[in-house]
Design a protein around this ligand. Structure first.
Ligand code: ADP
Ligand code: MG
Length: 705
């Protein structure tokens, strides 16, 4: 530990909300690493629960391991090294030993492990044993328990339950475990149970303090499981209370605010549309118009596959609110998409004399002040922006409709926060990712659904192919030929930069390689786009791509949602196995938007499992079918997407897996909110305060009162 890390944290000064860097044993450098795990305060550590446990009952003696088994073993490294293979892949190998024998362990493609695993280290390993030069273990996961021996030894380390935490590069499980262990008792002493006593919980769950202790320091895996369930229940319960609250506000009748079709704007938009609406669009616009025309507040999800034309439907709803004198907010998950909406809506609305107001975090102070000033008036403005729209300082003078595009990209609190702005606005959620009914109930509370089940006419199907690494030259030649015909292309990579952690090709390196001297795309106008570029630069690149001044965009998934450039006909995805099916479908949706034939090519060698999945993807353009397959294959994490952006609704619970807990939590939340809808009773205030703290941007839902 460096001297700087050893900041004294006087006893008694520790608090749950103190910045994590002031904890003994953390310091600035580690605090930065912990931030990547979303751990910012001392109290956050309590809720960073192990994603897995290992205990004696799960460890197999090395002598008993045979090919075909999936095992957990505990052994010391007695030799190690990096081997090249014929295919150019480098393999890290180690031989580990316990009291019963030794076994070879192999990590293909991870040569960098040579730096973090040393001779003498004690490893806890789990994974399948393959038949390969005899027996070989190919770990799915490993924990390095270190080399100093000490209490944990290959022979006696088994026997206690080991907590295995999610970590990040630069921080080992062992280090994180030590930090948590060191402060656990002090932190537990500060915990107050905020769940009211009159809330009915499933039987057999421990108290909050017991649960928090047991998840980190369990006496058995079963013990840890019950403890985790208690925390999951609390989390589900909290979200249900929040939904109940949002819905109660949403359903409050709103005398005199029913939107009437006046036609002053909607009619005029309809008259000058450059295309005819599809039957589905007309039907859905009717559904929305009827809903907005009733005194009841609208809370509606508009589902429609990629490219089905949701934006224009949203725009009709916006104009309906505006012709009744109300303001409208359209919230999108990325600045790129918000800017695109502002531009395309602006073009359609220019003849009507309406110019959208853009609200982004990246705006300059003066621009932002000007935008905020407009929103505070009661003029019927159309605000288009990112989550900057829901920050506390944004105030709407007369918000009548909130539209949330690609809504699954937002967390529950951001959605709730936008609908809590202004005078109980109607809410329209838009998404290309369909969600099963039961999950929708958990995520959004109750809501109505409209579905666009028809595509605009004249669309060509997108030809999808899975191509091996050996076809790379041909694929790039194809890009060149498409560009020769005046078309444009995207090439997407899973990461921005190469890293030691993975052997993935990265956008930055591949951009240089492809467009450089002797590169396959040398001579074409190739640009690089990723999320770490400054907003203004990204905007400029997209503008030029849209204008046809760039032929090929080498990008990360910043282009995943919503981007609309009809002249782009080729989408190439490298390392396609790294993406969920719905995500691939979104990427494919970037092409096939014009009249020209379009192509989506998944490039690179993949394992047999991934190949099956990608074949399934290539075989259908039905986004709903792909979403269902995703749910089956990868769980709901992908569908809820928001997890990646750090706005995850659930840290511990899984509403699908935890179905029984979820139902109990929903019932308990309903019962409580029936008794005390404002959580005003003294016994209920700790819960209200906890919710306001956990979902700060939804705080309008529980104003102090
Ligand atoms: P998504 O549902 O994926 O958000 P968009 O709203 O971005 O789809 O629409 C995709 C493209 O289709 C846009 O270029 C839009 O202008 C166009 N579009 C929408 N509706 C129609 C229609 N009825 N006829 C022709 N083109 C349409
Ligand atoms: Mg869209």
């Amino acid at each position: 530990m460096s001297p700087r890390d050893a900041r004294p944290a006087a006893k008694g000064r520790i608090s749950l909300d103190m910045p994590i860097q002031f904890l003994k044993g953390v310091g600035e450098r580690r605090a930065d690493l912990l931030k990547r795990l979303n751990l910012r305060t001392a109290g956050d550590l309590l809720y960073h629960i192990p994603h897995r446990y290992e205990d004696a009952s799960t460890v197999t003696r090395i002598v008993d391991v045979s090919p075909g088994m999936d095992v957990v073993i505990l052994g010391r490294v007695i030799s190690k090294g990096v081997l090249p293979t014929r295919k150019g892949l480098r393999i890290f190998q180690a031989v580990v030993q316990d009291a019963s024998g030794m076994i070879e362990v192999s990590w293909p493609g991870q040569p960098f492990l040579d730096r973090s695993i040393d001779k003498g280290d004690l490893l806890l390993l789990s994974g399948p044993c393959k038949f390969y030069h005899g027996r070989q273990l190919q770990p799915r996961e490993y924990v390095n328990l270190g080399g100093e021996g000490g209490a944990e030894d290959a022979d006696n380390g088994a026997g206690k339950v080991l907590s295995v935490y999610a970590v990040t590069e630069g921080l080992t499980v062992r280090q994180l475990r030590a930090i948590i262990e060191q402060h656990l008792d002090a932190l537990l002493g500060l915990v107050d149970d905020y769940i009211p006593k009159d809330v009915e919980r499933p039987a057999g769950l421990p108290t909050l303090v017991e649960a928090l202790r047991a998840v980190h320091r369990p006496t058995s895996v079963a013990d840890a499981r019950r403890a985790r369930d208690r925390l999951a229940f609390d989390e589900l319960f909290s979200v249900h209370v929040l939904h109940r609250r949002a819905n109660a506000i949403a359903r409050r009748p709103r005398a005199g605010h029913a939107f009437e079709v006046k036609g002053t704007l909607t009619r005029r938009l309809a008259d000058q549309l450059p295309y005819t609406l599809t039957g589905a669009q007309k039907r859905v616009i009717r559904e929305i118009t009827a809903d907005m025309g009733s005194a009841r507040r609208m809370h509606r999800l508009l589902q429609g596959d990629v490219g089905s034309g949701k934006t224009i439907v949203g725009l009709f709803a916006a104009l309906l609110a505006m012709e009744n004198g109300f303001q409208v907010a359209v919230m999108a998950p990325t600045e790129l998409l918000a800017e695109q909406h502002a531009r395309s809506m602006g073009a359609l609305l220019a003849p009507l004399g309406i110019e959208p107001v853009l609200v982004l975090g990246a705006l300059g102070a003066a621009e932002r002040r000007a935008a905020d000033a407009l929103l505070r008036t009661t003029d019927p403005v159309l605000a288009v922006g990112t989550h900057a729209l829901v920050t506390e300082k944004t105030t709407f003078g007369r918000l009548g409709l909130a539209i949330i595009d690609e809504q699954h990209r937002f967390g529950v609190e951001q959605r709730a926060a936008l609908s809590a702005k202004g005078e109980a606005p109607d809410v329209l959620l838009m998404s290309a990712t369909p969600i099963p009914r039961s999950l929708a109930l958990t995520m959004y509370g109750d809501l109505d659904v409209s579905t666009l089940d028809e595509r605009p006419p004249g669309r060509q199907p997108v030809t999808t192919a899975v191509r091996p690494e050996s076809a790379r030259d041909k694929v790039m030649a194809f890009v060149v030929s498409q560009v020769g015909q005046g078309r444009q292309a995207y090439i997407v990579y899973p990461v921005i930069e190469e890293s030691e952690k993975t052997d993935l090709k990265a956008a930055t390196t591949m951009h240089a390689q492809l467009s450089g001297e002797g590169g396959a795309l040398h001579g074409l106008r190739v640009a690089l786009l990723h999320g770490r570029l400054p907003g203004a630069e990204r905007d400029e690149i997209m503008r030029r791509f849209r204008a046809g001044a760039i032929d090929v965009l080498v990008a990360t998934t910043v282009i995943e949602v919503g981007i609309d450039v009809p002249n782009a006909t080729v989408m190439i995805v490298e390392h396609p196995e790294r993406f969920g099916l719905s995500q691939l479908h979104q990427l494919r949706g970037r092409v096939g938007r014009g009249a020209e034939e379009s192509f989506c090519i998944l490039l690179g060698g993949v394992g047999a499992d991934a190949y099956q999945r990608l074949k399934l993807f290539a075989s259908t353009e039905d986004g709903f079918a792909l979403a269902r397959a995703d749910l089956r294959l990868r769980g709901m994490g992908d569908l809820l997407g928001a997890q990646q952006s750090g706005t995850a609704t659930f840290r511990i619970a899984d509403p699908v897996e935890d179905e029984a807990l979820n139902i109990a939590a929903r019932e308990a939340a309903s019962a409580l909110m029936d008794r005390d809808p404002d959580l005003a009773a003294p016994d209920h205030r700790p819960l209200r305060d906890a919710l306001r703290q956990r979902f700060p941007r939804a705080l309008e839902l529980f104003r102090v009162g």
